[in-house]
Design a protein around this ligand. Structure first.
Ligand code: NAD
Length: 345
């Protein structure tokens, strides 16, 4: 069975999700919705992807630019089973009544409020409970990074509480209106930050507190995470669990020389399209253990980390895979995710 999928909003996330759908054998990309006829629309056209405009006003702009389109959003909605909304935060909710009218299942992104969907979603935490739902919200890049770590460790150890400081990139590389900034912005000033609440939309029983600052970089986020367990843990056991987990890659700075997001991205430039790193990167030699406490640094590539979870969310809504393991195997093989640092064998 091939599930027909449309993508509304073809920017940083939408473009990557559309490409990822094209790499699957159990779903097909019916088309994408693009607002303006720019170089990104030309990229879609060059790949043979059907482009739709949000409405007839935008459709005229494509006509004037000489880019062929296949119709407007409502035409796309009449053809698909699932719509992935990747419009800017808050815009997705305004489309919800239209999606409902066409009876399509919906995936929203982390910029939307949790109430937009039946449930917030992160594969390693709640894939099985999400099967057959009508709508899901794939949580943000930061929350996805935190949840991959927490849900992996929770399978093996009793987690009592989590404390995390998020050092966030100011803008994505293509966002010329947002940065760079010469500042460290408290984001937000009031503590704790909202990121902990977002983690709790998926795993309500985790005691977590977060703080966040924004720094002048576009490459990646870095988190300093401290996990307190109910019992003392051994460093080797933590490393073994993370080493064995899907979607988490341990990087050893002594072996690789990598101590920064710049070097991480540089290493991905040699092996990955768009230098994407959809894996959560945990710096192996940052891992410190003091009795019940484990502390570490991890890095999150904001542009790509949520892409595998979007593909899994489509499988959950459409009932295409019965377990998290099954969808992870399919998604990670088709997208070429690594289990070890990509330049080491
Ligand atoms: P983006 O600005 O790169 O892309 C959004 C796209 O939607 C743009 O092409 C824009 O032209 C288009 N658009 C705007 N209004 C529209 C409308 N009314 N109808 C159709 N298309 C419209 O944004 P993004 O970074 O891809 O973010 C999309 C969502 O993903 C947000 O909820 C965001 O919070 C979330 N997210 C972003 C990141 C990230 O770091 N970029 C990471 C994880 C999640």
């Amino acid at each position: 069975m091939s599930v027909k999928v449309g993508v509304n909003g073809y920017g940083t996330i939408g473009r990557r999700v559309a490409d990822a759908i094209l790499a699957q054998d159990d779903m097909s990309l019916t088309g994408v919705v693009k607002r303006s006829p720019d170089y990104i629309a030309l990229y879609a056209a060059k790949q043979g992807i059907n482009i739709y405009a949000p409405d007839s006003g935008s459709a005229e702009k494509f006509d004037r630019a000489g880019i062929k389109i296949s119709g407007v959003l409502e035409d796309l909605l009449s053809k698909v089973d699932v719509i992935v909304d990747a419009t800017p935060g808050g815009v997705g909710a305004t489309y919800k009544p239209l999606y409902e009218r066409y009876g399509v299942k919906q995936i929203y992104q982390g910029g939307e409020k949790p109430e937009v969907a039946e449930a917030s979603f992160s594969t390693l935490c709640n894939y099985e409970e999400s099967i057959g739902r009508k709508s899901l919200r794939v949580v943000s890049c930061n929350t996805t990074g935190l949840l991959r770590l927490i849900c992996t460790l929770r399978r093996h150890f009793k987690v009592e509480k989590v404390r995390a400081v998020l050092i966030r990139r100011a803008a994505d590389p293509r966002e010329i209106k947002k940065g760079p900034i010469n500042s460290i912005n408290l984001n937000p000033v009031q503590l704790p930050s909202h990121h902990a609440r977002d983690v709790n939309t998926v795993v309500p029983d985790v005691n977590i507190v977060t703080a966040a600052v924004v720094v002048p970089t576009t490459l990646m986020h870095v988190h300093q995470v401290t996990l307190v367990f109910k019992e003392p843990v051994r460093r080797d056991d933590v490393i073994a669990v993370l080493d064995d987990a899907p979607r988490i890659v341990l990087i050893n700075s002594k072996r690789t020389g990598i101590k920064s997001t710049a070097q991480l991205i540089e290493s991905a430039r040699d092996v990955r399209r768009r230098n994407d790193i959809p894996e959560l990167v945990v710096f192996e030699d940052s891992i410190g253990v003091e009795g019940n406490e484990v502390m570490l640094f991890q890095a999150v590539h904001q542009e790509s980390i949520v892409v595998p979870e979007n593909i899994d969310a489509i499988r959950a809504l459409a009932g295409l895979a019965r377990t998290a393991d099954e969808t992870i195997r399919k998604t990670d093989t088709s997208l070429g995710l690594y289990r070890r640092f990509w330049l080491e064998r």
